[in-house]
Design a protein around this ligand. Structure first.
Ligand SMILES: CC(C)(COP(=O)(O)OP(=O)(O)OC[C@H]1O[C@@H](n2cnc3c(N)ncnc32)[C@H](O)[C@@H]1OP(=O)(O)O)[C@@H](O)C(=O)NCCC(=O)NCCS
Length: 189
């Protein structure tokens, strides 16, 4: 490969065989690297395919593919609140973000995150939330440099295969306008 690698991100409403293969390969590589995608070891390919086929079908979940020089190398999902959750209807979640180890350092995570934020704004969301393991230094760097505000920590956020607990960090970013003043507690009574 010569020159600067090209990053791109797009929404996938369905996955053809080639896209599914590339996405599953990228996912497995990220999980094997210690990924933070939920799975601790890559599941059988059929399980992963069933999962992604479900992701593109489920209402309120949007799958983004991250491409490096045209090859699927990462992914992220925009998760809308459930319809009954009127009190949190303004906020969505960024989940399942990863970039395969071979594709890191080219700005693909930023490209993916910007695509998710743009879509969130287009869907009318004013705020986006996400959480990461405290050990995910690259992710923390990317999100904090993109304006995500660290508001909380969970001491027992994730449990690894060896039984060790990993703390987690919680973030939000206001997508539209200025951050409103937080309430002082009276209105929650
Ligand atoms: C986090 C992740 C998505 C970043 O992907 P990426 O495409 O390499 O990210 P980018 O190239 O857009 O940006 C990487 C940035 O992190 C920095 N970085 C890389 N490793 C780092 C580390 N160990 N500590 C701090 N910063 C680090 C890079 O210098 C770069 O910063 P810069 O653009 O200011 O120079 C990828 O590392 C990953 O998939 N990690 C495992 C899963 C994960 O953490 N998912 C996100 C939370 S669920």
């Amino acid at each position: 490969m010569t020159g600067k690698a090209q990053t791109a991100a797009r929404i996938a409403e369905s996955l053809d065989n080639r896209e599914m293969d590339e996405l599953c390969d990228a996912t497995a590589a990220a999980i094997e690297d210690g990924g933070g995608f939920g799975w601790l070891i890559p599941p059988p390919r059929q399980v992963m395919e069933t999962y992604y086929n479900g992701v593109v079908l489920v209402p309120g979940r949007t799958l983004f593919l991250g491409l490096l020089d045209g090859v699927i190398a990462g992914s992220a999902q925009l998760l809308a609140p459930t319809r009954n959750n009127e009190a949190q209807a303004a906020a969505c979640n960024l989940v399942g973000a990863f970039v395969a180890p071979w594709a890191r350092g080219h700005g693909l995570a930023r490209t993916l995150t910007e695509a998710v934020e743009d879509q969130a704004r287009a869907e009318g969301f004013g705020m986006i939330n996400l959480d990461v393991r405290e050990t995910q230094a690259a992710a923390i760097h990317v999100y904090e440099s993109m304006g995500y505000v660290h508001w909380g920590a969970h001491p027992l956020y994730a449990r690894l295969a060896d039984g060790a607990w990993i703390p987690g960090r919680f973030y939000y970013k206001v997508l539209v306008g200025e951050a409103p003043e937080p309430p002082r507690g009276e209105r929650d009574k």
